[in-house]
Structure formats: structure tokens, C-alpha cells
Unconditional design. Structure first.
Length: 236
């Protein structure tokens, strides 16, 4: 369900909603023990629970009162301008959330002049900031209509990184080998980028197999690695 939602609603303004859908699915279909494991992984990737992405999701909501709530908070943030570039810290994820604005804890803290703050994953409080894409815009225009953004919530680069990580995990259960496989793949892509555009630039040749180079696929068959020999370029 989450996969299909991301494919059909791939704007960054839907990022927090996709995260909420994932959390609700875990609560509905997983046992307490499974939830403990999965929510730890979700917390590692809780970037879309940040107040800035929550504001975007609220501004893109079809319900006018949700958009009005986000506008009022952004106007309050603008009344206390900050200097410099804000430090992006992951929030502490609320795994019991039922709406996007409940994904993280946002409160006014007395020790910070009663300004809007959010709870980070390190149990500290950080000032809430305005989403960069709305800075300098007329925020009142979204009282009448939802925000529409064409920025993707997951770029092709992100999907490629996920694919690389998934393949390295599938090939080995050892963390160091998984990391080495992922890094070597990324390094190879970086060196070949823009320089090799056709498959005929390479020839696949079988080599004498080192026992250490044997890997097992899910069907328990031994798969020998093949070496790609470059014919046109020298990367020494």
C-alpha cells in the first residue's frame, strides 16, 4: 500500500502522509515484538516527521482548517526570525500518531521564550523553522486552495541507493562485507559515470574462481562472480 501511494503521490508534500501510512500499517498488522523492531528502523529514517515536512503536508491537505492551522504556526515562526542556516535534526517519532501533525511533539517551551519547539530524537528541544520552499511566499494564498509542489519525495538517486543497499544485504549477512559491497558499487559507478555509455565497452569473461569469491543465492546454488574486463578505458 505504501509503495503504491509513493508511486501515485510522489510530491514532497505527501512525504509525511506516507510515513503516517507506514506507521499505521505496522500498528495494525504487526505484533508488539515486531512493532518494537520495526519502529526502531522507522525512527532511523524519521526525516519526514520533521515539522517542516509536516507543515507542507498540512498546507497540501484538502481540509481548510488543517491548512489554516499550518498557516497560523508559520506566521508565528515568521514573527521571530532567526539568523543563519538552521541545523536539521531528526525528531523523536510519535508511533501512536493518527494525523500528520501528531508525528512529532511540537510545543511552546517556557525556557525558549514560549516559542514553538519540537522534540528531537536525542530528547532535546529545537526551535521549529519554516519550510524553505515557503520562505518569501504569500502564505495566505493557501487558505483558499491546497499547496501543490512538483518536488519529488524520493528522487532516483535515493531509489538507486536503496537498491544498492538491498542487494548488498541479500548477498551477505556480515555487516562489514555488506558495507564493502555497497561502497565498491558506489565507487565503480562514480568512476564510470559519463565515460561509459554502451555495453560493448565491456566483455564478460570467466575467471578462475577463488573459494572466497563464491556466494550463495536464495536457492542455495553456488554463483561464481564474473569479472568485467574493460576494453576501452584504463582506470589504473
Amino acid at each position: 500500500k505504501t509503495y503504491l501511494q509513493i508511486k501515485t503521490h510522489n510530491s514532497i508534500s505527501y512525504g509525511a502522509r506516507h510515513l503516517l501510512t507506514e506507521i499505521m500499517a505496522i500498528r495494525e498488522h504487526c505484533t508488539a515484538e515486531e512493532q518494537k523492531i520495526l519502529f526502531k528502523c522507522v525512527q532511523t529514517n524519521a526525516f519526514y516527521a520533521h515539522p517542516e515536512t509536516i507543515f507542507l503536508a498540512m498546507l497540501a491537505d484538502e481540509r481548510w482548517w488543517v491548512r489554516a492551522q499550518a498557516i497560523e504556526m508559520i506566521l508565528e515562526i515568521r514573527s521571530h526570525p532567526t539568523r543563519g542556516v538552521r541545523v536539521f535534526l531528526k525528531p523523536l517519532l510519535n508511533t501512536k500518531a493518527k494525523e500528520v501533525w501528531e508525528l512529532c511533539t511540537i510545543k511552546r517551551r517556557k525556557e525558549l521564550s514560549r516559542r514553538l519547539c519540537y522534540l528531537t530524537e536525542n530528547q532535546g528541544w529545537k526551535l521549529v523553522t519554516e519550510p524553505p520552499v515557503t520562505i518569501g511566499t504569500d502564505i495566505e494564498q493557501w487558505r483558499e486552495r491546497p499547496l501543490v509542489l512538483n518536488y519529488p519525495c524520493h528522487s532516483q538517486t535515493v531509489e538507486l541507493a536503496v537498491q544498492t543497499t538491498s542487494k548488498s544485504v541479500k548477498n551477505s549477512t556480515d555487516y562489514e562485507r555488506q558495507l564493502g559491497k555497497a561502497f565498491s558499487t558506489v565507487d565503480c559507478r562514480a568512476r564510470l559515470s559519463g565515460r561509459v555509455t554502451r555495453k560493448r565497452n565491456f566483455s564478460m569473461i570467466s575467471t578462475e574462481v577463488d573459494p572466497r569469491d563464491k556466494i550463495f543465492d536464495p536457492r542455495d546454488r553456488i554463483v561464481t562472480r564474473k569479472v568485467m574486463k574493460r576494453e576501452m578505458f584504463d582506470f589504473a
